[in-house]
Each structure stands twice: as structure tokens, then as C-alpha cells.
Design a binder for this molecule. Structure first.
Ligand SMILES: Nc1ncnc2c1ncn2[C@@H]1O[C@H](COP(=O)(O)OP(=O)(O)O)[C@@H](O)[C@H]1O
Ligand SMILES: Nc1ccn([C@H]2C[C@H](O)[C@@H](COP(=O)(O)O)O2)c(=O)n1
Length: 332
């Protein structure tokens, strides 16, 4: 599906003059809307079924599908020897590092957040209104707010890896997600300066939504998925990246698509509606259906398709539930 041009209106393209546009390795169709960079993913049941059989769970879209299918069959064999279950964090079969007792050396790395402090993550699709929500609470409450480190993703020593990823997800998806994982780890483990911290997204959504989407859509090879999963498991077992509440801003992909066009970030001009649908499905799988991955904290779902005035009403209605755990009743 061709990406539409950004409508006139508020723009958010600061810092987008990285090297993405000039990338010689980029997909020739990228930027013209000829081929959407990140395709739709396969459904959870399909993925689970394939993994149970010891096969790779990704569906390859695009011209190189046949080659990928052959490559994947070989990869599936190797994976099958290790045990299909090891590929799926959050399932009953633990991964190689999951569940292993921590050694004394491992404990050395364990960074525990202070007792009594709370971490709330605002989760949701691209352009669902997370930043706007954080801004609202930052203005009306005395809490610490950590936005996604987008500026870092747009400028790693001069490289705009967010832009590169949207130009050619198969080549740069692993690069971006490796760096997202590092920068989100840094956010989670940063000393808290207030009793309540509100974060935009988390290391968990990076893995369970964005990495998962790259893998399932065939844009991330199984070996890269395995390495990132090993890193993620190690981080979970050896550091404190726990969250006390997830606030899920639940939107329809079409609404996000309209907001995305209004925001008009340079790198995101190639995003098709199908990509937002795929990200939406993974959020739903993770936080609502609980199909593949464990969710280890309460989830408060707020419908977020409404206009700003209605959203402010909703934030006020839920203020206590969000900020005071004693008042939580409507969480999943
Ligand atoms: N409730 C809303 N109604 C209409 N536009 C909204 C609403 N919330 C946010 N926006 C606009 O949509 C765009 C995306 O919002 P933003 O908060 O940046 O989303 P996110 O941080 O989830 O990507 C911005 O241009 C923002 O001004
Ligand atoms: N793990 C992640 C997290 C974010 N992104 C992309 C998606 C957006 O283009 C951008 C910022 O997200 P937003 O706050 O606008 O929802 O970063 C990603 O690719 N991988």
C-alpha cells in the first residue's frame, strides 16, 4: 500500500536529517511508498503452531519469499535440535538462560529499584497519543517522566537508525532494536528522582511487539531474533526492569494512521496502515489476549480514539488508578 503524503499541520521532523535518505543499501522502493518496509505479521496461533512443530514462525512477504522459505527450513531444523520451546519467551518451556538460578556473580548485577517507588509505562501503537498523555501528566502532577529516547535512535554518532530501519527493515531492523534494547535498559535502570516514574513504552514492548513483528514478518532472521532474545532474557534475570502498571492506550490503527500523518515525522512517511495494524495486533496479543508472552503487572486499558478533550476527561477519571496502586480496580 502506498504511503500517503503527510498532510499540512503540526510537524515533528526535528533531528530527522540523518543519513537514512542517502543510504545506498536501502530498499529502492523505500521513500516512494512503493513497498512498505515493515509488512503485516502472522497470527499468534499460526506462529505457536509452527514453533510447536519446531519450525520457524515467520511469514516472508515480498519478492524474496521463496528463497527465505528455503533458508528458514534449514534454520528451523537447527532450531528444532535445540528445542522449539526455547525460542518463545514466556511459555512453559524455559529458554536456555531463563529460569536458571542466579549465581553470586549474577547477583552483583542485580539493580533493584527502591521499595515504595512505582513505575508506570504508557504503552500503545505509534501515534496513539503516548507522548501527549505523558505531557499531560507531567504538567498536572509531580512525577518523573521518561519519554522514549527517540533523539538517540535518530542520532547514534551521526547515524539515524530509525530512518535507516524504515528505509530497509531487513537490513537495519536488528540494528535499531539492539540499540532500542540498550537505551530502554538505560531508562529502566536509571536512578529514580521521584517516587513515581512514568515511562513511554518499555524494554518489554520493544521485545514483545517491535522485535516480534520484525521476526514474524520475515524482516529479522531467526539467528538475530535468538541473539536479541538471549540478551533480553539475561537482562530480565539479572537486572530490575520490572514495571508496576502498564497503561495501554488502545486505539484503532486507522486513528493512529491519521494522527501519524498529522504529526508528519520525516522517517515515518513510508509507514503504511498495514504496519500499524500489525503493531496493533501484537499489542493486543501481548496485553489483552495474553497469547504468547507473560505480563507480570496489572494492565489498565484506556480507549484512546477520542479527541483531546475526552482524553483529558479519561485521564482525570483514571488518575487515581494510575498513580495510586491502592485504588486499582479496573486493571486486567
Ligand atoms: N486525542 C487526540 N486527538 C487528536 N490528536 C491527537 C490526540 N492525541 C494526540 N494527538 C496528536 O497525534 C499525534 C501523535 O500523538 P503522540 O502523542 O505524539 O503519539 P505517540 O507518542 O503515541 O506516538 C500528535 O500530532 C498529537 O498532537
Ligand atoms: N522498539 C521500538 C520502539 C519504537 N519504534 C519506532 C516507532 C516509531 O516510529 C518511533 C517512536 O514511536 P512512537 O513514540 O511515535 O510510538 O520509534 C521502533 O521501531 N521500535
Amino acid at each position: 500500500m502506498a504511503a500517503e503524503r503527510c498532510a499540512a499541520g503540526p510537524r515533528d521532523d526535528a533531528g530527522s536529517r540523518g543519513d537514512a535518505g542517502a543510504d545506498p543499501t536501502g530498499d529502492p522502493g523505500a521513500g516512494t511508498g512503493a513497498e512498505p518496509a515493515p509488512p503485516q505479521s502472522a497470527g499468534a496461533e499460526e506462529v505457536m503452531a509452527r514453533r510447536r512443530k519446531g519450525r520457524a514462525g515467520a511469514v516472508r512477504c515480498g519478492p524474496a519469499a521463496a528463497g527465505w522459505a528455503m533458508w528458514r527450513r534449514g534454520a528451523a531444523w537447527a532450531w528444532g535440535r535445540r528445542g522449539a520451546g526455547t525460542a518463545v519467551p514466556g511459555t512453559a518451556v524455559p529458554g536456555p538462560s531463563a529460569g536458571a538460578p542466579l549465581s553470586a556473580a549474577a547477583h552483583k548485577h542485580l539493580i533493584k529499584k527502591d521499595a515504595g517507588k512505582r513505575i508506570i509505562c504508557i504503552e500503545g501503537n505509534i501515534a496513539s497519543g503516548k507522548t501527549t498523555c505523558l505531557d499531560y501528566f507531567a504538567q498536572t502532577t509531580s512525577i518523573e517522566v521518561l519519554k522514549e529516547p527517540l533523539a538517540k535512535w535518530r542520532n547514534v554518532r551521526g547515524h539515524n537508525i530509525l530512518g535507516l530501519m524504515y528505509q530497509d527493515a531487513s537490513r537495519w531492523g536488528i540494528t535499531l532494536q539492539t540499540y532500542v534494547q540498550l537505551t530502554m535498559l538505560e531508562q529502566h535502570t536509571r536512578p529514580m528522582i521521584s517516587p513515581i516514574r512514568m515511562m513511554e513504552r518499555s524494554i518489554h514492548s520493544a521485545k514483545h511487539v517491535f522485535v516480534e513483528n520484525l521476526y514474524r514478518s520475515g524482516k529479522m532472521p531467526e539467528v538475530d531474533y535468538a541473539v536479541l532474545s538471549e540478551w533480553f532474557d539475561w537482562i530480565q534475570n539479572n537486572t530490575d526492569v520490572s514495571v508496576d502498571l502498564i497503561v495501554y492506550l488502545q486505539t484503532s490503527p486507522k486513528v493512529c494512521y491519521e494522527r501519524l500523518k498529522t504529526r508528519c515525522r520525516e522517517e515515518e512517511k513510508v509507514i503504511p496502515l498495514e504496519y500499524l495494524e500489525a503493531i496493533h495486533e501484537l499489542y493486543e496479543e501481548w496485553l489483552i489476549k495474553r497469547a504468547l508472552f507473560e505480563v507480570s503487572c496489572p494492565v489498565l486499558v484506556i480507549g484512546a480514539d477520542h479527541d483531546m478533550q475526552k482524553m483529558v476527561e479519561k485521564y482525570e477519571e483514571n488518575r487515581d488508578q494510575i498513580l495510586n496502586p491502592a485504588n486499582r480496580q479496573r486493571c486486567l
